[in-house]
Design a protein around this ligand. Sequence first.
Ligand SMILES: Nc1ncnc2c1ncn2[C@@H]1O[C@H](COP(=O)(O)OP(=O)(O)OP(=O)(O)O)[C@@H](O)[C@H]1O
Length: 744
Amino acid sequence: TTKERVTNFNSRKFLISKQNKKKSLKQLPGLLLTGYNGTIFAYGQTGSGKTFTITGGAERFADRGIIPRILGYLFEQFQKDTNRVYTAHISYLEIYNENGYDLLNPRHEASKLEDLPKVTLMEDTDQIVHLKNLSLHQASSQEEALNLLFLGDTNRMIAETPMNQASTRSHCIFTLHVCGREPGSTTLCRSKLHLVDLAGSERVSKTGVGGILLTEAKYINLSLHYLEQVIIALSEKNRSHVPYRNSMMTSVLRDSLGGNCMTTMIATLAVDKRNIDESISTCRFAQRVALIKNEAILNEEVDPRLVIVRLKKEIQQLRDELALVTGQPRTEDLDAVELQQLEEMVRGYVEDADADASLEVGADMRKIHHCFSLLKRHIRQGRASSGGSERENPSKNNDGPGSESDIQRLKELVQQRDNEISVLVSMLKKERKHVQDVGRQLQALTGERDEGLKADGERETVAGYDKESEWVPAQSRDHYVSSSSSFNGTNSASASATNGMRLVYGEKSTGRKEAFDIFRRDYADNITIEDNKYILKQRYAEAKALGETVNQARSKINLLKSNIDHRRMQRAAQGVSEGLPGVDESDPVEEDLRARIEGEKSSYKEAFTRLKVLKTEIEHLQHLLEKAKLKLQRDFDDWWAGEVARRAVSSQGNQARGAAIPSGSGGHPYNQSANRSSASSRFSSASSTLSVAPSASQHSSVARSIEAPGSTIPLTGDSKIDADILAFVQARQQLMHGKAQERR
Ligand SMILES: Nc1ncnc2c1ncn2[C@@H]1O[C@H](COP(=O)(O)OP(=O)(O)OP(=O)(O)O)[C@@H](O)[C@H]1O
């Protein structure tokens, strides 16, 4: 029961073993920024909370895992650190049955796992492993990075089939590649952080390290066994050979396990009594991991492109100097472009007010000569316009340019212009005030809707949520896939998913929609979906209110600022007209205005900071909601497909016997949990037998409610259309039965 589960989870404990005792789990992301590689991997039996720890829970924002938290932290640091420029790239690899798959491949959501290009290992001469077919996506913001995580997780979920319980039997490696550089420097700091969600470990401990029994081989997660072998080899002193190459996972994590990396293992335990053996085995494994000593080094490298540019410049300088020293100056004439450049440089140099400004033309005598001649020309021109005219007009009292009458006339002209300017300024102010008033009136009329959110880019997201809150099942997976397969890696995954939902809206059949409504009503996760919708609405309302607070504070600050300006002008005018002293002294009115600005500023900051946090939370909740909806959609599709197949088989049988529509039900297999193996058994029973009676494990409210229609429905003979007709009749019956029960 839920209560038991909660109690069990509360008693879960995490054991963290560290390579370097000084470096805690919290410090790893920080070390990533300084250029060290890091790995955090979760190890434990199925259901002990590895995915919950690494990625996060599917229900609440507070349950978000290490990956979203690290992404939040890192992007915040990128912004804070003004001394460096950072770039981040993300890859997401899934290893299933020793094959690697790119979880960020856009084809992932449209194709079966087997049809996807496999990620393969390639080793260079320095034994560094490279992964072919694994895409790397740049993430320039936390939002983009979280979208990539969401996309990968969704792809992982979609690719899950009853035969492939991916979350339990596959390993996932989310890698964050960070590159930091000081502007102008040729040195780069490259580092990567692997966040690894390993497959369930239980089989390994049961098999033992010694050998794998042939009969059990297909059930055993070989790569975890090899991981254990590598760990043992690394923890034993004097072991020269470490068998990294045995599995893809150990090859990919080679650096993390015994190389240049700070590694933290999180051992997850399900501390129920019946799991005691698994728990002990996990602790032993953690103990061995703790013995491994890694030598992490700072990953600094020089960017070859920048070095080339620098070296080319240096070579040119040296060539010029050499030519100068050896007396072999270049003889060819400067071309038009060079002459133009020199002219601009000299003009800039002459006009530069800075006395220390220098003119850099390199050690090229041709250029130096040309610069001298340009400077000479400038000087002569200057003399001609000032000194020369002085010599020609030594008397200041004559009527030529510069005479007293001339100066007087110019003064009057300046005065006249000043008057014109002040008239224009006051007109401008009036106009501006008018525009502001009109703006305010307009805002009042439109109710200032969503202004705050709009300012922070929130509006679209929340509006998107509103639009999708009413949604219906897809006709088939193909529809969903085709509509969302346009994803190119950087688009919003949630947008593509919702588009998919919306696209099929117009194509729904009534029977299918009715069936979906019933299915959704009984679906166990529906409570979570509804809860999250409710929380999301609350957050949205809070964000809207905060947005308004931010806007109000902003306009109040602007108003107070203009009051201060006004006050200052008033005081200045008073000072000039009345010749009052002390205009420079502090003004209590202005002080008061300033204090009010400070007050508004702090409420603005507070609301804005909360809005930012809220934005992350809203996005996270939207992702959770999307995932839950996708899961519901997928479960419904499976159930529906099973129903249709069974009806088709039954109706064919009945038609052959000239019978009416059969009774029976497929049940609601997902009312307890998303039991995918029961889904597969439904499929097989549908194809192998005409019996449609619900099995004991499949009973549900829907299953119990089905009765024979009691009338013969004319069928078309087309199996697909007939199946749809039958499903419609059945869904309708279920609905009516449900309503009848409700009335009772
Ligand atoms: N600390 C926890 N608090 C609440 N729920 C938890 C906690 N840890 C795990 N769970 C829940 O337990 C279930 C199983 O957890 P999770 O999927 O993380 O296990 P896992 O070790 O990754 O399993 P698998 O090996 O199958 O992938 C999930 O429903 C998860 O939400």
